[in-house]
Each structure stands twice: as structure tokens, then as C-alpha cells.
Design a protein around this ligand. Structure first.
Ligand SMILES: [Zn+2]
Length: 53
């Protein structure tokens, strides 16, 4: 069980949602912070973590 939770945490940590079109993206948080990740749908660079609602 603990292992599953751990894996899920890691998964969610690296998941981001585009603020504009809600596309889910898996990306390195460091890259998100540096603005290096573009949404593949709308090319926007604003993302929020998947966890937060
Ligand atoms: Zn987008």
C-alpha cells in the first residue's frame, strides 16, 4: 500500500494542468518553474499542479 501511495505521489508531483485548456501534462517541475514547458495544445506556458483544485 505504501508503495502505491508513493508512486502516486510521484506521479502527481510531475503532473500539471494547462491553465487555459486543462490539458494534463507530465513534466519536470523544475522545467515548469523555468517556463520551459509548453502546452502541446495551445502552446501556453502557464500550468498548475494537478493536485490543487
Ligand atoms: Zn493548453
Amino acid at each position: 500500500m505504501a508503495k502505491i501511495l508513493e508512486a502516486q505521489n510521484r506521479l502527481f508531483k510531475n503532473m500539471f494542468v494547462c491553465k487555459k485548456c486543462q490539458t494534463k501534462m507530465k513534466a519536470d517541475p523544475q522545467k515548469i518553474l523555468k517556463g520551459k514547458v509548453k502546452c502541446r495544445k495551445c502552446q501556453k506556458k502557464s500550468f498548475r499542479p494537478l493536485k490543487k483544485k
